[in-house]
Design a protein around this ligand. Sequence first.
Ligand code: ADP
Length: 727
Amino acid sequence: MSISTLEQAEAYVLHLKRSDNWVSDAAMLQNLQESQTFIENNKRADLLPHLGIHFALYYIDNGEYQQSWKYTEIAKENALLYANNAKLLEAISLQIRIQRYLGNLEAAQKLVHEQIEIAYRINDYLQIASAYQNQTLLLHKQHLKEDCIEAGRKAIEYIQKSKMDYYIANFKIGFSGILLDFNETSIAFEQLNQGFNIAKKNKFKLPLALAYSNYGTYYQLVGNEKKCIDAYKKCIALFHQINNTTDEMTAKIMLADAYEYFNKISEAEQTLKETIAFSEQNGIKYNLIGIYETLSKLQEKKGNYIDALANYKKLNQIKEEYLNNETKNKLQKLETNMKLDVLKIEKENAEKMASVKHDFLANMSHEIRTPINSILGICYLLEQQTLNEIQHNYIQRLKRSGENLLGIINDVLDISKIESGKMELTNDLFSLDDLINDIFNALEPKAKDKEIQFKIINRFKKKKQLLGDKIRLYQILLNIVSNAIKFTNEGSVTLLTDCKETDEHHSQITFTIKDTGIGITKNKIDKIFERYEQADATIKDKFGGTGLGLSISKKIVQLMNGTIDIKSKLNKGTEFIISIPMKNAVQMNEVATDDIMITPELLNNKLILIADDNLENRLVAKEILLNFNKTIKVIEANDGNEVINLLFKKIPDIIFMDLDMPNLNGIETTQQIRKNKKYHTIKIIGNTASLSSFTKEEFHEIGFDAFIYKPYKPKDLYRLLVTLLTK
Ligand code: ADP
């Protein structure tokens, strides 16, 4: 084949792949040179990264590192110019290889650093894996076993994600070689077999050759002479077949070493002889080290101490050039810096991923909450009808399923909020008595159903007022006490609360939740705080649940600077102890209270505007309102513009405003309404099925009088309306 047009040149450099039949011979050099002429004459610099890399590989294979380096520079420069990240990384990878071959580890380390950074930035699995592989090789050279194995595992982890068989085989085989060097024979053998099988199935010759070389090492280590020699011979034959002389020579040196190891002196000498000229001519230091080391050992075995010493001296000289102590020290320093940087990049990456995940979940939650709002609203409306027992039972079950689904969504969202660092705590004024009462009222019916006792013991001053996130506190207690009831079939559940002032401004609350239930085995006790963990597989079948509750509770307690401890005995019972510091409330007069007088007449003839783009939600809200009071008049709007238009005709008493409407959303609409003094009597209740990141104060600032999340309980909406109208 010869290249005679630009098109041919382009096709050649774009499609030439380093695969098994890739031969770095004169024909290839000629093709590359011809391509180069067309590419340069036509100023197709975008092809130079491809061309540069092929040249560089060709010269590496031929041991001409300086030439090779020159082409990696050309590839890099033009890859940068054309923002071709893949080629840029390939060029850097080759430069690392060259520096490593030449023994310039410090330069190689710097390049690895550059490579990891770019690979993470473009988030490409193959590139991240290959950056970690280079890191592994360098750490291997420095004999930093643990770090090296860790980097190797990372490389394997990412290469598996890439799903590219050729590279998976290559990486696994490469990693097995390193593991063998660290004497980790069994994991090495496992990785090697896995890599070998993939290579064999796909007939990948280069990986197969490398695999045979590692089998040689493995069998030498375990003392199987026949299999060892056989493997090396297969390896040499394969390298020869694909014209990879450099690696063929390295494999021969390894075979010679194996012969020496098994005391086959003349075979060893003969094999070595075949490698010396090539390695010396090309200045391949790592080959020369192997050669002189084995030669020295051979002479020693033969009793030729003078020759042994001469070879030994040569060996030391090269070794010194290869890795002197000074370089080693510098490298270790570089290494620490780099590790920190990589950690930083990984952390940032994880955070970015968590944030993306969180946004996705937040959107999903909106989509799911909107229909649940409707389902639960209709359940409420049906409950108000005269129903027979069967119908009543169906509604209860439907309601419970809806609430369970909502609970799961909330849990998943909480987890993702925590992971992405978006969980924020509020500082509400609340009464400890009310908190405990709420828990009692919510869970006592469940205890009653199971015929177990639910005892409350309070060891704090009555009317204790605190500042903290009462909703989250309620969530934690609800989770742990309902677990206690769930996992107790007879006896009792006790919630003991203590609150001690630690100083004038602070108190320490302790909740002890004790049950006489099924208990948890010792080995499972630490696990149950992990996500999706349940004490055993039968729990899910018997009790349901997702295994998220405790993990969320623990995280929230930690965010509150508190602790959560557990003691448990199988079949005897479990005790959770939660201890949290809280601020004492100062405004004693602003008592938080939930008691609202039932005054339905307050709603008589009120005009309420429901603004929501979801028809189903509008219908449910309307019917719930009419259910509160039949004289209520409801008007509806589909988006913010419709709201503004309606206001020209009628001024409602209340607007029930969804935030996420098209055209003009709820926030924009509210802001516009608040600009007009004429509308100051209107009470606006904001509502959303999304996760809102606004605080109470921020909602007020926008112009809302109150806020409620969908799905809301009709009871809560009723309370809100009454509170607003009495103000
Ligand atoms: P879920 O209750 O949804 O399964 P949790 O995270 O709340 O998830 O609890 C995790 C697991 O801890 C439960 O599945 C159960 O195996 C165990 N567990 C929690 N509380 C108790 C308890 N009071 N008694 C026995 N086992 C418990």
